[in-house]
Design a protein around this ligand. Structure first.
Ligand code: TYM
Length: 343
């Protein structure tokens, strides 16, 4: 059904990353690397540093500004080209916040309480979480639907939020008897949709994990990357010849998947080379692949960060282009809802 509904819309890809602390290899493989690869396909690509999402938990203002620039640098270092994609920070396009308010009247409170990310982030004392943290998915739906985006590349952890985006679009279309919003397709593809912690193969690699050894940061230098891989938790068994043999070995499976994603191979291709070998052989090879792939990105990020004024200029320009797309869609939404506009 979404296929036919969406065929009415211009193919458009939207995605975002929060500037809430340094980015990780998970963000790179699950998101940034794929964002770059999607450019130049048939669809227009729109990428956003979602600062309004970041402030749903406390952010030091100076650090937030720096992280917003650093996330922008990471997009560009990963290959997102501001000439081929629209690249901007969310708060500079006011349509996001406005549409989010309209969606707050469409989404149901119960939908929000069911979100696992809310439960995880709010923790035991959820009464004390910010109201923004609860309403977060309505803002995310607004990010996407302000552009009538038809597809959204994300990692596995965002799947539930995208289902809610589809629910909001469907309820809006149904309540107002229109086909105004597409039913957005999640693009959760490849071997790195869920990169796991280097210390615990059952936990997602995350910038909020207290252990720095659990993740590779996009700002880590070659020595740090190699050392973290060397110390990554594994088991004592040799590697099997195919990924099926790693079902009950989450740490081993994670490292093989990371290798495959970095080297643009399938896990089975990687295992065909390392079958029968232990981690004494595999880890140094992985470290080499990781350093070769990540060092140019880290280097480019620091080059971009050396010129913050240029980053700000790029974001401003991107925001103008984004606004040109989002404003008419927001205005049409208001008209549909009966919100009077007279200027
Ligand atoms: P955020 O900032 O937590 O993560 C950004 C992107 O990185 C992916 N990701 C991972 N992928 C694989 N393995 C991991 N360990 C890993 N960690 C993070 C995430 O899935 C995501 O794609 N709510 C979103 C940001 C957002 C958004 C949007 C995304 C706001 N509005 C609209 C898409 C469309 C978030 O917190 O992502």
């Amino acid at each position: 059904m979404s296929e036919t509904t969406n065929s009415r819309f211009t193919p458009r890809i939207f995605s975002g990353i929060q500037p809430s602390g340094g980015l990780t290899l998970g963000n790179y493989l699950g998101a940034l690397k794929r964002f770059a690869a999607l450019q130049g396909d048939q669809a227009q690509t729109i990428y956003c540093v979602v600062d309004l999402h970041a402030i749903t938990v406390w952010q030091d203002p100076e650090t937030l500004r720096r992280n917003t620039r650093e996330a922008t640098a990471a997009f560009m270092a990963a290959g997102v080209d501001p000439a081929r994609s629209v690249l901007f920070n969310q708060s500079q396009v006011t349509a996001h916040a406005e549409l989010a308010w309209l969606f707050n009247t469409v989404a149901r409170v119960g939908w929000m309480y069911r979100m696992t990310q809310f439960k995880d982030k709010a923790g035991k004392n959820s009464e004390n979480a910010s109201l923004g943290l609860l309403a977060y998915p309505a803002l995310m739906a607004a990010d996407i639907l302000a552009y009538q985006a038809t597809a959204v590349p994300v990692g596995e952890d965002q799947k539930q939020h995208l289902e809610l985006t589809r629910d909001i679009a469907a309820k809006f279309n149904h309540d107002y008897k229109v086909e105004h919003f597409p039913i957005t397709e999640p693009l959760i593809e490849g071997v790195a949709t869920r990169v796991m912690s280097l210390r615990d193969g059952t936990k997602k690699m995350s910038k909020s994990d207290p252990s720095d050894a659990s993740r590779i940061n996009l700002t880590d230098d070659a020595d740090a990357i190699a050392q973290k891989i060397r110390k990554a938790r594994t088991d004592a068994d040799p590697l099997p010849g195919s990924i099926d043999g790693l079902k009950d070995r989450p740490e081993a499976r994670n490292l093989v998947n990371i290798y495959a994603a970095l080297a643009d191979e399938t896990p089975d291709q990687v295992l065909a080379r390392f079958e029968g070998q232990g981690f004494g052989a595999f880890k140094p090879a992985l470290a080499e692949v990781a350093v070769a792939a990540m060092s140019p990105i880290t280097a480019k990020m620091s080059e971009y960060m050396a010129d913050p004024a240029e980053i700000d200029r790029i974001l401003g320009k991107g925001a103008e282009r984004a606004s040109e797309i989002a404003t008419p869609i927001l205005e049409r939404t208001k008209d549909i809802m009966g919100i009077l506009r007279s200027r």
